[in-house]
Write a protein that binds this ligand. Structure first.
Ligand SMILES: [Zn+2]
Length: 294
């Protein structure tokens, strides 16, 4: 999958391919100069946007694969963010915690059932209640398996329903995470800082934030967008937001004050997804430059 970017040296716009790491070591096809491009977006967001784009283009079956992967990565994001939030509240070394998290995730990474189990335990520990949405019906597992494993050709309306259900679920998890989502974002920033550190001093680094269907909290207002060679970005990235909060500031079962109680559904899933599509679908479409499927 390709997207359009701009050379920081000559402002030439060109297409390049998404890389899994989010870190792109590029040479401008116009001026030939090198720069490093960091995409500030989480994997679950990118996957859901790819699914949205595929659905908008009429590739219903392909969309399901992306939506399903987006949910799995969203559960991972919740798990990592929640554990890092806890570690920050306990004033532990977040780099060390991130390393241990990585080592633990390696034990789960090839088996999604293990990942679900870990997520359920972390969710219970943080929210003080069972993740009741984690049933096969709740996550549309039967539909997903029919499409992915049994070659079922879904109707567009079925994929719309599936996407709407997952969109609502993922938004709910982000809402429940609240500021803890910033921990997930900071984890990505720490990875990017390490990649930046490894670059030669004369390579300009560019950070891009791409529009998408989700609005994950991203407190990067004072992070520079284009860094002169050799500039240290440490002040912008070593600011764990939860450290400023007192330990146990978030009591169990606390509801964020600006959101609906979780059991109340002001608009149904389908309407919420359609509203987001209307508001941000065009941006997502533009981002990928008019070609679906990579
Ligand atoms: Zn250039």
């Amino acid at each position: 999958m390709k997207f359009t970017t701009t050379c920081p040296h000559c402002q030439h716009r060109f297409q390049t391919e998404y890389l899994d790491s989010g870190v792109h070591d590029l040479h401008c096809p116009n001026c030939g100069r090198r720069f490093a491009l960091f995409i500030r977006k989480h994997r679950f967001e990118t996957l859901f946007d790819l699914g949205t784009r595929a659905l908008m283009d009429g590739y219903a079956r392909e969309a399901v694969v992306n939506f399903a992967a987006a949910l799995e990565r969203c559960l991972e994001f919740y798990l990592r963010s929640a554990l890092l939030e806890r570690a920050a509240q306990e004033h532990r070394d977040l780099d060390a915690v991130t390393r241990e998290l990585g080592a633990t995730w390696k034990l789960l990474v090839s088996q999604s059932e293990r990942q679900l189990g870990a997520f359920a335990a972390v969710y219970l520990a943080r929210e003080g209640r069972a993740p009741e949405f984690l049933t096969p019906q709740g996550v549309g597992a039967d539909f997903r398996n029919r499409v992915i494993h049994r070659g079922y050709l879904p109707r567009e309306s079925e994929v719309q329903d599936y996407a709407a259900r997952l969109f609502a679920l993922m938004n709910r998890l982000l809402e429940e995470l609240g500021d803890a989502a910033l921990q997930g974002t900071l984890m990505q920033e720490r990875e990017y800082a390490a990649a930046l550190e490894a670059l030669p001093d004369d390579v300009v680094a560019v950070f891009e934030e791409h529009p998408g269907m989700f609005r994950t909290p991203r407190d990067q207002a004072d992070a520079p967008n284009v860094l002169p060679p050799g500039q240290d970005i440490a002040p912008a990235i070593t600011r764990p937001p939860s450290l400023s909060q007192p330990v146990n500031a978030r009591p169990l079962n606390a509801q964020p004050s600006n959101t609906q109680p979780l059991n109340a559904q002001p608009i149904n899933d389908a309407a919420a997804f359609q509203a987001a599509l209307k508001e941000r679908g065009t941006l997502v479409s533009k981002l990928f430059g008019g070609k679906t499927g990579g």
